[in-house]
Write a protein that binds this ligand. Structure first.
Ligand code: SAM
Ligand code: SF4
Length: 322
């Protein structure tokens, strides 16, 4: 099992397969994708070596992310490489939903279990103002299709003071009738968005209190779960998750490691740099990969320093997948 010096165990791998994205979310890539980095993304055989090596070290859940992962033509093959690896029990993906309606069948056939779709607003005009795309309706149709196919769906929404902060009631009304988990993510500062962050960060703490005051109960967290505190309510078909990276002890339950699309291990979302493990993937040597991972994990720190404005080498989250 992969375990760090603080006793945290790593069951969960977040695998970025591209940093390219077709959206222009105002908090992430406001000017769109800039082709200014290496685009030599991990190939399928490298991904197979990677996934099997992690699985042998106790990883049970993989989340495929990006950039926008659905822009990769071999996405179904990548999902399949994950879902067929011995020991992997859960394959999830985070996507902007652009190709959800057209491609969900292929993803499910390949073994995808759950999906996080980013929807920052249920108002089409606001959605378009945030993402640069008038695609809300198609994405909502795709979500219905995914639910009908038995996929567990979560919705990611980043709350922003000057945009969608007032939309909590809309989201709640939707959750009354829709069996999804809505995860409200606190806006995080990255290297590129300092001013936007200062103008738009909304704390999750008062929202948490508001939920409790209105009869929402907190669920117990599973060992392979993500970082959200989840809440349920008997009158609602959906649930709510709060992701509060600025909260006390956020890092104490860290159970995930990240691999960038070019094969760099990131010990934290806000680490100074990624650690290159690609040579071990290219040599397809699982033992060497496992030894390298265990050694590199020795440098994982207890916490990020985001609350002090330290964003490490992370210019925006499309680089690594959030
Ligand atoms: N493109 C896909 C998507 O948007 O779902 C996957 C990659 S995206 C980087 C993953 C998640 O990170 C999205 O839900 C997005 O809203 C979130 N995200 C991006 N930048 C963020 C920021 N600065 N603070 C908080 N969440 C952010
Ligand atoms: Fe693209 Fe996702 Fe970033 Fe939006 S949040 S720009 S969809 S990578």
């Amino acid at each position: 099992m992969l375990e760090d010096k603080f006793g945290r165990r790593f069951h969960y791998l977040r695998l970025s397969i591209t940093d390219v994205c077709n959206f222009k979310c105002n908090y992430c890539l406001p000017d769109g994708y800039a082709c200014d980095t290496e685009r030599n993304f991990l190939a399928l055989p490298e991904i197979e070596t990677l996934v099997n090596g992690f699985a042998e070290l106790g990883t049970s859940k993989i989340r495929i992310t990006g950039g926008e992962p659905s822009l990769r033509k071999d996405l179904p093959e990548i999902i399949k490489a994950c879902s067929t690896a011995t020991g992997i029990q859960h394959v999830a993906m985070t996507s902007n939903g652009y190709k959800l309606e057209s491609d969900i069948h292929k993803w499910v056939d390949a073994g995808l279990n759950s999906l996080n779709i980013s929807i920052d607003s249920l108002d089409p005009r606001m959605f378009s103002a945030i993402t640069g795309h008038d695609k809300l309706e198609t994405i909502l149709c795709g979500i219905d299709k995914a639910i009908a196919l038995g996929v567990k769906v979560k919705i990611n929404a980043v709350l922003m003071k000057q945009y969608n902060e007032q939309e909590l009631q809309n989201f709640l009304a939707w959750l009354k009738i829709t069996p999804v988990t809505l995860r409200l993510i606190e806006l995080m500062q990255t290297g590129d968005n300092k001013t936007f962050f200062e103008e738009n960060h909304v704390s999750g703490t008062p929202i948490r209190q508001q939920l409790i005051d209105n009869g929402w109960g907190q669920l117990i967290r599973d060992k392979a779960a993500g970082p959200a505190q989840e809440f349920f309510h008997a009158d609602y078909k959906g649930k709510i998750g709060l992701i509060m990276p600025y909260g006390k002890d956020f890092c104490a339950t860290c159970n995930r490691l990240r691999i960038s699309a070019t094969g760099k291990l990131h010990l934290c979302l806000f680490a100074d740099q990624g650690l290159d493990i690609r040579p071990t993937l290219q040599s397809a040597d699982s033992n060497e990969l496992q030894t390298t991972l265990k050694t590199l994990l020795g440098d994982k720190e207890a916490t990020h320093w985001l609350q002090d404005g330290f964003t490490g080498g992370t210019k925006h989250l499309a680089m690594l997948g959030g």
